[in-house]
Design a protein around this ligand. Sequence first.
Ligand code: P71
Length: 464
Amino acid sequence: MRFPAEPFRIKVVEPIRFVAREERARLLEKAGLNIFLVPADSIYIDLLTDSGTSAMSDQQWAGLMVGDESYAGSRNFYRLEKTVRDITGYRHVIPTHQGRMAENLLFSAMVRRGQIVPNNCHFDTTRANVEAQGAEALDLVIEEGLDPVADHPFKGNVDVGKLDRLLSANGRAKVPLAMITVTNNSGGGQPVSMANVRAVREACGRYGVPLFLDACRFAENCWFIKEREPGYAEKSVREIARELFGLADGCTMSAKKDGLVNIGGFLAFNADALEEQVVNLLLRVEGFPTYGGLAGRDLEGMARGLGEVLDEDYLGFRVGQVRHLGETLDAAGVPSVKPVGGHAVYVDARRFLPHVPQAQFPGQVLVVELYREFGIRAVEVGSLMFGHKDPQTGQDVYPKLDLVRLAIPRRVYTSEHMRYVAESVIATHLRRESLRGLKLEYEAPVLRHFTARLREFEPAAAGT
Ligand code: P71
């Protein structure tokens, strides 16, 4: 259960506040028990997301001072372009302000109404951008990837048999591209093996369908390949990354994850024909192709972060820190998705709170408790986020799992912070029977989890 100590020391500190319990309870009431509506400076440990929350290094901060803010031809763009070409091998590098803009550009250029885009699991924004084109976003992750307790080293893998059947039934006219998300965020941050990406490449190749990676967490995925896939232990993560990107035709990237920056992204690919379309759209919605909606200094931070994320001492610590949290919870009997993914631990709220029915949001019960008692912010990925009424029958439909994601920002929290998180979750587990369900008081017609308001059942009414 040990993992390497932090391969960095702390030069700048940012105080975090531990506000009194009464204040936290008041803020929660005011927020309608919705953690998205609690101000971040009243949170002690914020595990809402690993996206855009990384700590930059001294080298990245120094890089901001050499930002070249020229409208066209900024030197920082050329550095970013060279860095991305070195890592991926792709010819064209289009910066964007974050990942979803890269998705928007790619799908606007390549996807038409009535088509189908397969992926292991589409992330929310990817799905929304595919659907915005009038196309279908199809998830084809292997069966184990949907089972929270199945032990498999690469639970993010694509079911290649299903993909092959889709391609042979529809061909390139109906499937304009395929995607693979590394690591598979919606499936728990689970990695994809090189062998699986190669098999997907071969299937796509047979039908002339281009393959793109959703590469937000590519370095963490490559670290898992090095650790788990036969034949890769002696290769450097940089070599593994080059091989991985070499199997695809391009990628979308939210650099807010493995770019180690607070904002930024890019779209990269080989096809010359795609460049013209993408650039024309970029000019209309995002900016000139040498800045893509970002300042020159942001491009420099991204170029430097993409180099740092491949440092194997960093990756060993990073993936180890997340795994250690998962294993500590596991040893204490807290149910979670296994094996632990690269960026987050997902607690299984239905098994944690078997007495709270899905209609009473067990995941959100746990989220509320972790903030009120311990000042920790986690996020519900379950009935509140995905539950809805069936438009035909009017019945409530719930997702298979009610999960609570503890996403770990990169290089931000120390091992003592993580120990505090583990002890808090374990203490909550010990008194789980006293936790009561929640009732929705307000829900918006779309994306209700961002604005929902809830209320606790009175003790007498619990379970009814
Ligand atoms: C995460 C996020 C951030 C997020 C975004 C939207 C709603 C809630 C949280 C963002 C991803 C992602 C993958 C695999 C594309 C994006 C979009 N993840 N693909 O997990 O995980 O990137 O935010 O830079 O536009 O908290 P973007």
